[in-house]
Design a protein around this ligand. Sequence first.
Ligand SMILES: NC(=O)c1ccc[n+]([C@@H]2O[C@H](COP(=O)([O-])OP(=O)(O)OC[C@H]3O[C@@H](n4cnc5c(N)ncnc54)[C@H](OP(=O)(O)O)[C@@H]3O)[C@@H](O)[C@H]2O)c1
Length: 274
Amino acid sequence: MTDTIIDRLFALNGKTALVTGGASGIGRMIAAALAGAGARVLIASRKGEACEAAAAEINAEGLPGRVEGFSGDVASEAGIAALGSAVDERTDRLDILVNNAGVSWGAPLEEFPYQAWDRVLSVNVTGLFALTQQLLPLIEASATADNPGRILNLGSVMGAVPMAERVYSYAASKAAVHHLTRALAKELAPRHITVNAFAPGPFQSKMTAFATASETQAEAVGRRVPLGRIGAPDDIAGATLFLCGRGGAYITGAVLPIDGGISVETGPELFGEG
Ligand SMILES: NC(=O)c1ccc[n+]([C@@H]2O[C@H](COP(=O)([O-])OP(=O)(O)OC[C@H]3O[C@@H](n4cnc5c(N)ncnc54)[C@H](OP(=O)(O)O)[C@@H]3O)[C@@H](O)[C@H]2O)c1
């Protein structure tokens, strides 16, 4: 039987992925999408039991791939070394690394605490860089010119446009993720590894629960998005398969807006009527 174009471009059978922070929010959406396309997906975060539970729930959906959850902390050098070893124990090649783990901190400008910089940057930037560094040999082991290894980083619309909304270190960390994505894309292209980032707008997650947990809240946020709603799991799934499947093999250094048009909004028309 011949493969359909969908299978050829997006199927991930035989591929192994790691998604940090894969038990909740966007990471879980990514993990489910990868497993839905046939990949073996490792998910890790500080709460190993939550990762095991999320893996069991996704596996219960009967997808073609499998998810395995365990603990891993990207906030320290020792944690990253331990996570690297945990991945090494499970696989000798990694086709897809999704640096999704992230934290935020919100406070008014004058009260924004000094430690909110180290706390946020250590996970969102240092952790992302150091884990990538640690796992490069495993990614290189699977990478070919024809089907490169994939690194997908989680940026944010807040790293793309001047929007900080009391999360100053978070917004700066995401701008750093976008820059690092492009710099690593340049360096790793000759080693047959693509590096891209998502720059999402608002999605339901633990991080955004304060503003999106209920449907009423989610609709209120959605009304401020040009496309009129917050993001949904399929918005993340489509972008994930696009960049991680064979169809995305020639794309590197992209920071993909998945933001319902927020990043192209410039306010009212200057020469509009009224
Ligand atoms: N939701 C949005 O609207 C939105 C928009 C733009 C970008 N993003 C980005 O998307 C990514 C996922 O966030 P989310 O919104 O889905 O929030 P979330 O549900 O809070 O997910 C963040 C994940 O990161 C994990 N994590 C936090 N610190 C960690 C550490 N030190 N080591 C390992 N894992 C850690 C958390 O698990 P544990 O608590 O178990 O460690 C959690 O599963 C983040 O990078 C975020 O900045 C989100």
